[in-house]
Structures are given as structure tokens and as C-alpha cells.
Write a protein that binds this ligand. Structure first.
Ligand code: ATP
Ligand code: MG
Length: 250
């Protein structure tokens, strides 16, 4: 059976190959990053209790490109479903938050720490002025040390819903152990880039369900904005830079 392209970005393509999904990395993609993605996925898979496509192989294709093969999950992404059934958006948002809370209830002690990863990203950002950088690193340092499993890129694109409604979570490359509010601030930020109303609903749902003060999540916004700026996407720059000012959230 021929491979069928299901998703593509600048550096990766995901194909369906029968009952497998093959993520093929572009030529020159760092080998360490491919192996790191496979290792993080495998560690999360080993926790158990989370629906995640199982890794079947890490390989080199005939043309020399690295690939990761996983079980193919038959279904639609939550993004597709939200578009198809706008009347069910609130219900989907609710399910999405429940799923994220379930993930936060797990631990995965061998993953990197969210705070370490974020500190590295902020330290390496060339465009930050030294005062701003110092403020952000000081704020990060003062956050509590939590060890909850955080997906790191939890958004509707990375949730596949099967016909029977079971939700699977993909794209674990950014997973760390850390503070749930940081993970929620990142999802909120991703929603804000596309759909402000959904962002507010999502944040309200999380705060309601967990009894968390909004301010507690908001204190992470300058930090997640700085981390997202490292992706250097021109269309996001203006919004993210406006979030960088630490004082606005105190
Ligand atoms: N195991 C799988 N089964 C079915 N579909 C999958 C599977 N893995 C990935 N996909 C599809 O491919 C898309 C991209 O996969 P994934 O998010 O892992 O790749 P990525 O290129 O690292 O991410 P992104 O495009 O978000 O940067 C997913 O949104 C999903 O639609
Ligand atoms: Mg993805």
C-alpha cells in the first residue's frame, strides 16, 4: 500500500502507511533531536494510562532521512472536529481540559524539567534586552518547583479523536515535568494566536475545574511568550512582544 501524506511542515512530513504513521524528518535534521523525540514519547508511553500512539521503529529511510514509525490512529484532529461542529465547541473544550488535567495527574521523573528548558530558551534569546531577560529569569526562578507531566504543546491539532470519541494525544517532543499552570499558559497562548474567545473559555474552564486563580496562570504568560518567540514566526512577533513585560501581570 502506498504511503499517504497526512501532514507536512517545513521540516517534517507525516504519512499513513497502512496501520502505521511514519514521521519523516527533512535532510539534515539533527539526529539527536529525532532520537530525543522518540525517547520522550517512549518515556510517556511507559507511564501507562495515557492514549498515545505506540512507537514501533526509529529508522533511516532509503534517501537517508530519519523517521519515527508509530501506530496510526484512525480519526480526526480536534481542530477538524471543532471546525466541522461549531455547536459542539464548548463540549470539545471541556473534554480537552479534562484530558489535560488527566495528563497533569501523572509524573514522569526522567523527563527534563520545564523550568530548566525555559531558562535555557530565555538565556539564548538574542533579541531580549538584558533587563527584560533578568526580569524573566528572576520570575521563572521564583515559581514553585512542580513535577507534573506537561505536554508542552497541548492544542487541538495534537489531539486525535477516534470514531468512538476516544482521544489520543500526539506530538510529545516538548513534554517536560513542571508546573501545570505553565502548560496551561502555553495552551492559552496558542489559542490566543488563532481564536481569542476560545482562549478565554479554555482558561476559565481550567481555573474553574482546578480552583486555580487566573492570576496564577497569567504570571506565566511573559515566560511562555518569550519561549514561543524563540520560534521566530514573524506573524506572532507583535502579540508575543506585547506579553513580555513582566510588570503587566503583577
Ligand atoms: N500516530 C498518528 N496517527 C494518526 N495521525 C497522526 C499520528 N501522528 C501524527 N498524526 C497527524 O500528523 C499531524 C502532525 O503530527 P505531529 O504533531 O506529531 O507532527 P509535528 O510535525 O512534529 O508537529 P507540528 O506540525 O505540530 O509541528 C498531527 O496533527 C496528526 O494529524
Ligand atoms: Mg503537532
Amino acid at each position: 500500500m502506498a504511503r499517504e501524506l497526512i501532514s507536512k511542515n517545513a521540516t517534517k512530513s507525516v504519512y499513513r502507511d497502512g496501520d502505521k504513521a511514519v514521521k519523516v524528518f527533512c535532510k539534515g535534521f539533527p539526529k539527536a533531536e529525532v532520537l530525543n523525540e522518540a525517547l520522550i514519547s517512549a518515556r510517556v508511553e511507559a507511564i501507562g494510562g495515557i492514549n498515545i500512539p505506540s512507537i514501533q521503529a526509529v529508522s533511516v529511510e532509503e534517501d537517508g532521512c530519519w523517521s519515527i514509525t508509530r501506530d496510526y490512529i484512525e480519526g480526526k484532529t480536534l481542530t477538524e472536529l471543532m471546525k466541522e461542529k461549531p455547536d459542539k465547541r464548548d463540549e470539545y473544550l471541556n473534554q480537552m481540559v479534562e484530558l489535560q488535567l488527566m495528563i497533569h495527574s501523572k509524573t514522569c521523573p526522567l523527563l527534563n524539567k520545564l523550568k530548566d528548558k525555559m531558562a535555557r530558551q530565555i538565556s539564548e534569546m538574542e533579541e531580549l534586552d538584558p533587563v527584560n531577560r533578568y526580569d524573566l529569569l528572576t520570575r521563572l526562578d521564583s515559581t514553585p518547583k512542580h513535577i507534573k507531566l506537561c505536554h508542552g504543546d497541548f492544542q487541538p491539532d495534537n489531539i486525535i479523536v477516534k470514531e468512538d470519541g476516544t482521544m489520543y494525544v500526539v506530538d510529545w517532543v516538548h513534554a517536560t515535568q513542571g508546573n501545570a499552570s505553565a502548560d496551561v499558559a502555553r495552551t492559552y497562548l496558542l489559542f490566543c494566536l488563532t481564536d481569542q474567545a476560545a482562549a478565554e473559555k479554555y482558561m476559565d474552564l481550567f481555573c474553574e475545574k482546578t480552583g486555580t486563580a487566573k492570576r496564577y496562570v497569567q504570571q506565566w504568560l511573559p515566560l511562555v511568550a518569550a519561549a514561543q518567540l524563540t520560534k521566530k514566526r514573524p506573524e506572532e512577533k507583535e502579540l508575543l512582544q506585547s506579553w513580555l513585560n513582566v510588570c503587566d501581570y503583577q
